[in-house]
Design a protein around this ligand. Structure first.
Ligand SMILES: Nc1nc2c(ncn2[C@@H]2O[C@H](COP(=O)(O)OP(=O)(O)OP(=O)(O)O)[C@@H](O)[C@H]2O)c(=O)[nH]1
Ligand SMILES: [Mg+2]
Length: 657
């Protein structure tokens, strides 16, 4: 057999590939690991590594794809109609996709260890015209199909649809999409078909070697959204493959062996101690799930096998650690619950009548609005021009400036004896208005640097922010009106918890995202002065229009404090990884400095309150006094009562001594 003489590709076998440097090997085995470092924090990573076999599993799967006299792998037959399809007992997997997407190439790569087997591929779309059945011993069958779309065979529907519908031995359908172009309209039809037929199917992105990483990552994230939102039968993890480079082929072999019932996976034993990490892993973000690949010198074969990881050749692989991932899931769950509780406590400060007052005569809200969507975006614009940053960084700064206020501002407003009703109504209103104002501001300002339609605003995450803000606050308001004394206790606990929450978020964020600390010094400077300018201008404007001090403090906080989470989501959705590299850290820097400045002022204010104002039982009085400037302090000491009065908050509770 002349074809039998043909040499197999060196990378066809995982055993051979194991001789490669570890980093290269890791990329071939788990192609997603190459992309992961470029993912912004906050993207759901877990879905990309659901199927994480051990190295031993991968090797055992490879045996199944290696022919032997007892285990023959060959082309069996072709069929143009369903009733020509051979009746076979063994489980079957099939590959569907657009014509030219690389179905035949993928099958060829999967069978690259079979010397005599020929799978025809072609540059011309519509090459495969029949259902081609390949037999893998008695283990399973693989079916290559004609493609849909351009130059599809005329009887495609009859052939493929009836096959998918009627084939009882079909255990998994692999739907192939071209990684360099992403999900196309015809592909959506294919997805719908799989959904309607109720098939269990898996999406494979092909040709990942083609085109830039940025494009691939964007296509992948878009696909992740579609799978997440619109599919029921689709396996959440898309597989990434390059049939020419052999990336992802070993993993797919293992997956096929597994779903056809030929391979029980051993439990992936978590060996991923940080000690096992060598210098090659440094490029990865700390949040990486693919973090543990032991260096070749670290573990020797005997100890390897006893630890349920397999040594292949000279180097040894340790199953990827999912510790970080679990940690971040737990953490975000804990934080979400805590935040809801804190917002509930904050709701306990809100007086429904005063809140209604703010809404009926929204003067304070209006001032806040001017600050939020007037001062902040303009400052961002001015700073970007002044420091002459890269266009893409300017866009990041502007997005930050256009974001609505975050809920931490409510907690801090409480500690600054601000006007809680105003604070909460401002956060709510600015989040609602953000839906319209953000696109508008971005349109106005970013047109200098980029076209505004590249920026995607995630209306859902604004919505989520709103819901997670409004529901607990509404509950709090209810409790306060129903059981005022209970509300007081809740508030005591909640306010302390709030500060703890802010500190935890800051520390955890700083540690988890260390990698983004390295960044252009200009951005550091801007990140440091921008919140200060925001707080300052907000305060001044509020004061200018004659708001009392405690409200000025509130408005200042609401102005300077931005929803940094939202900003990073927007940036992540809108830009490619290459672009993200120079801009992603900005929201982090900003949030660090906004916290430092705000927590600093809270500390100063609390100290001042303790030491200079012991005489007055002001704790309950929102309109306590100003916190800035020596003269004002004195003024406040003398006129503390007066300021409260101005706000009509006193209710006879306040008796200056
Ligand atoms: N760069 C790159 N090219 C690929 C890859 N896989 C397939 N191709 C190319 O894509 C073209 C089409 O490949 P086929 O495997 O014939 O595509 P198909 O999906 O079987 O197409 P039809 O049989 O016409 O439906 C060929 O020119 C391949 O060389 C890949 O992983 N990387
Ligand atoms: Mg083909």
């Amino acid at each position: 057999v002349p074809l039998g003489q043909r040499h197999t590709h060196t990378l066809a076998s995982f055993r051979e590939a194991s001789r490669l440097p570890e980093r290269r090997l890791r990329g071939l085995l788990f192609p997603f690991s190459e992309l992961e470092g470029h993912l912004a924090p906050g993207v759901r990573r877990g879905e990309f590594s659901l199927f994480q076999p051990s190295v031993r599993d991968v090797s055992r799967a490879e045996q199944l794809f290696t022919p032997s006299p007892k285990h023959r792998i060959d082309y069996f037959t072709s069929a143009v109609r369903m009733d020509h399809a051979p009746g076979m007992q063994q489980p079957e997997v099939c590959f569907i996709g657009r014509s030219n997407v690389g179905k035949s190439s993928l099958i060829r790569a999967l069978f690259s260890l079979v010397p005599g087997l020929e799978v025809r591929v072609s540059k011309t779309p519509g090459h495969t015209k029949k259902l081609n059945f390949y037999r893998v011993g008695k283990a399973f069958t693989v079916v290559d199909m004609p493609g849909y779309g351009y130059r599809a065979p005329e009887d495609f529907r009859d052939m493929v649809e009836s096959y998918l519908e009627e084939r009882t031995s079909l255990v998994r359908t692999f739907l192939l999409l071209d990684g360099s172009v992403g999900l196309q309209e015809v592909d959506k039809i294919a997805v719908e078909m799989c959904e309607e037929l109720g098939l269990p199917y898996v999406i494979v992105l092909t040709k990942i070697d083609k085109g830039s990483r940025g494009v691939l990552l964007r296509n992948l994230l878009q696909l992740q959204e579609v799978i997440h939102r619109h599919t029921g039968g689709c396996y959440p993890q898309p597989f990434l493959v390059s049939s020419t480079q052999f990336s992802g082929i070993y993993l797919l072999r293992c997956f096929i062996a597994h779903v056809t019932g030929n391979l029980d996976l051993e439990m992936a034993v978590n060996q991923g101690t940080p000690k096992g990490l060598d210098s090659t892993s440094q490029a990865q973000t700390p949040g990486s799930t693919m973090s543990a690949l032991a260096s070749s010198s670290a573990v020797l074969p005997p100890s390897c096998s006893s630890n349920a990881t397999l040594c292949s050749g000279t180097s040894c692989l340790v199953p990827p650690s999912n510790f970080n991932e679990i940690l971040s899931v737990v953490l975000s769950a804990v934080l979400t619950v805590m935040l809801a509780m804190v917002m509930f406590a904050m709701g306990c400060t809100v007086d429904i009548y005063k809140l209604w007052g703010h809404i009926r005569r929204p003067w304070g809200i209006f001032v806040g609005f001017l600050c939020q969507f007037g001062i902040m975006p303009f400052t961002a614009f001015a700073l970007s021009l002044a420091f002459n940053v890269l266009p893409i960084q300017a866009v990041a700064i502007l997005i930050m400036g256009c974001c609505p206020g975050g809920s931490s501002s409510n907690i801090l407003a409480y500690w600054l004896d601000g006007d809680m009703d105003l604070s909460i109504s401002m956060t709510t209103c600015s989040s609602i208005l953000a839906m319209g104002m953000m696109p508008l501001c971005l349109l106005i300002y970013t047109s200098v640097w980029t076209s505004a339609d590249t920026i995607q605003i995630p209306y859902e995450s604004i919505g989520i922010t709103l819901v997670s803000l409004l529901i607990p606050v509404a509950l709090g308001i209810y409790v306060k009106n129903r059981w005022p004394s209970a509300a007081k206790k809740i508030l005591q606990v909640g306010s302390i918890m709030g500060i703890a929450l802010i500190v935890i978020i800051a520390v955890v964020g700083g540690v988890l995202y260390q990698s983004s600390w390295v960044i252009s010094p200009y951005l550091w400077v801007i990140g440091a002065i921008y919140p200060v300018i925001g707080f300052g201008l907000g305060f001044l404007l509020a004061r200018f229009v004659g708001q009392p001090y405690y409200r000025c403090r509130t408005i200042a906080l609401e102005t300077g404090f931005q929803n940094a989470q939202l900003c990073s989501t927007i940036i992540q959705l809108s830009f490619s990884p290459e672009e993200l590299e120079v801009m992603f850290s900005f929201p982090l820097i900003y949030s660090i400095f906004q916290l430092v400045v705000a927590v600093g002022s809270v500390g100063a204010y609390q100290l001042y309150k303790k030491h200079c104002r012991k005489a007055s039982p002001l704790e309950d009085c929102e309109g306590a006094e100003p916190s800035d400037g020596e003269e004002k302090k004195e003024h406040a000491l003398e006129n503390g009562g007066f300021q409260c009065d101005e706000n009509g908050n006193l209710d006879g509770k306040f008796t200056p001594l």
